[in-house]
Design a protein around this ligand. Sequence first.
Ligand code: HPA
Length: 234
Amino acid sequence: MPTPHIRAERGQIADRVIMPGDPRRAERIATEYLDDAELVTDVRGILGFTGTWEGRRVTAMASGMGAPSITIYATELAREYGVTQIVRVGTAGGMSTAVGVRDVIIATGAHTDSSMTASRIPGVRFSHVPDFALASAAVAEASRLGGDATVHAGTVFTSDHFYLERPELSAALTAHGTLAVEMEAAALYAVGAAERIRTLAVVTVSDHLLTGESMTSDERESQFDAAVRIALAL
Ligand code: HPA
């Protein structure tokens, strides 16, 4: 049955979902990687396509930007569509000298200053972590695939802000091993915990806060490939 934000009928969404932020990227994943992909939802322009990859059913559906947006879609997918696995494939800003533009990060934990997770269990500093088996499988898949992309496993910072510059906060997070900043992983991991589904974020570093370097638009498409291939194999 459709939800306030997803128009698909229940059976039209696969039990595993690969979730970029950008609806056009969901469409590109469907066109370039999936067989027999069909548009199953387009409410508010958040496109979702269901098809198969190597014979397994999968849905590619966008999350939109930020913690509130991904929380709405991930929660409805888990509760109303029986989705059991969501892998975010997005972009992130590099924070650490340990990562470069074009690298891929398998987010083994996500710090956040988002009030969304603070309000889930008041008084508790919640640990935002992916499904362990899924994260391990992603690391294994990355080395099996080989290829040009450097893949890291480590922590990210999920921020509610894209434009607010906080150099002291960035320095402190980096000093604590944080590799990159993005805007959804922690919220997705919180939904994973709340709804008891497997979640993981595999992000590609599209720009770097320290160097100011960023990917060209051509590179954004090709470099994204490593993250998508890792996510599809899970
Ligand atoms: N901040 C937050 N999210 C991002 C960034 C950034 O610098 N780059 C890509 N996603």
